[in-house]
Design a protein around this ligand. Structure first.
Ligand code: NAD
Length: 324
């Protein structure tokens, strides 16, 4: 049997895969940093919430693979892992549909004025139905920032609702966007000006930090909704607060925050035109099961010495340990 450590309990479906070929050690991590002592003798490690640094990696010569049930790997010192011939397995696509559905659900909740009316009805205010803020999504323009995996799925769902989809993504060609039946928009400003709903689906990079700030919010339609299910730092939250208070835009729906967890007294939480969820777009039964299962499969495949397609650092296969 191989030996695989998990930082916290893995979803049962992934655990079952692991247990067929390995003894699983649950580290039950409560502290952020993984130590070499904790993973001594382990062939594989699956990190849910914790980080591993160069010191722990260099002191763990037996470790062959680190799995991440998801796509982010900022919790791993990648240079040290590659240098030590440790493959980092991720699970691209496992949560794509769940995140896209979450973004569309947020659009629906806003379009139907559902959250406000729910809160009001519980207070006895049946007249909330008469503020006529609800609207139909049919024929509204959804402006997508980013047409990667999640953006594509969101576009497909929105099309099904009769929305017109416009896309700004500097990496995806006009030909590809138009072949999919969407409107190609060459600049972010033009997308912001034209859209009834803006949904963000880009990674957090230096180039996307505060991509949506005061100037961008200013040029959006006054009745527009901003949806962010990507990463918190992409929207400048102070500028967003001001834009919502000054009614520069009609609302925002946020699954992600610049600080997570956000403080309970976050100013954005005081606003009626904001819908918030706790970074849970990918936390569906299906996505969590898929992420754990695929991560377990990848980790075992690497330990067996097979080439797994979903590794972040395939160059680590050049390490002498894999030449045998
Ligand atoms: P992806 O890599 O498939 O697609 C990202 C797209 O963004 C690419 O097409 C890229 O060309 C485009 N892009 C990059 N910079 C851009 C810019 N400045 N302007 C416009 N487009 C730009 O990624 P994905 O799987 O679609 O995921 C998108 C993001 O969603 C992830 O990076 C992650 O941060 C976030 N995410 C959130 C959750 C959640 O639980 N809320 C779950 C999974 C992923």
């Amino acid at each position: 049997m191989y030996k695989v450590a998990v930082t916290q309990k893995l979803h049962d479906d992934g655990l079952a895969v692991l247990q067929k070929e390995s003894t699983v050690l649950n580290l039950d991590k409560k502290t952020p940093l993984i130590t070499a002592k904790e993973i001594a003798g382990q062939d594989g490690l699956i990190i849910r919430i914790a980080t591993i640094d160069q010191t722990a990696i260099e002191a763990s010569p037996q470790l062959k693979v680190i799995g991440r049930p998801g796509v982010g790997y900022d919790s791993i010192d990648m240079a040290a892992a590659t240098e030590s011939g440790i493959l980092v397995v991720v699970t691209p696509g496992a949560n794509t549909l769940s995140v896209a559905e979450h973004a569309v659900a947020m659009m629906m909740m806003f379009a139907k004025d559902m959250l406000f009316c729910d809160r009001e009805l519980r207070k006895g205010n049946f007249q909330a139905r008469n503020r006529y803020k609800a609207f139909e999504l049919d024929k509204k323009v959804l402006g997508l920032i980013g047409l990667g995996n999640i953006g594509k799925e969101t576009a497909r769902l929105a099309k099904g609702l009769g929305m017109s989809v416009a896309v700004y993504d500097p990496i995806v060609s006009q030909k590809v966007i138009e072949a999919l039946g969407y409107t190609y928009v060459a600049t972010l400003d033009d997308l912001l000006k034209a859209s009834d709903i803006i949904s963000i689906h880009v990674p957090l990079l230096d180039s996307t930090k505060n991509l949506i700030s005061g100037r961008e919010l200013e040029i959006m339609k006054r009745e527009a909704l901003l949806v962010n299910c990507s990463r918190g730092g992409i929207v400048d939250e102070d500028a967003l607060y001001d834009a919502l208070v000054d009614e520069k835009i009609a609302g925002a729906a946020l699954d992600v925050f610049s600080t997570e967890p956000p403080p309970a007294d976050d100013r954005l939480f005081t606003l009626d035109n904001v819908i918030v969820t706790p970074h849970m777009a990918a936390q569906t039964k299906e996505a969590v099961s898929r992420m754990a299962t695929r991560c377990a499969q990848g980790v075992l495949a690497v330990i067996r010495g097979e080439h797994w397609p979903h590794v972040v650092n395939p160059e680590a296969y050049d390490h002498p340990r894999w030449k045998k």
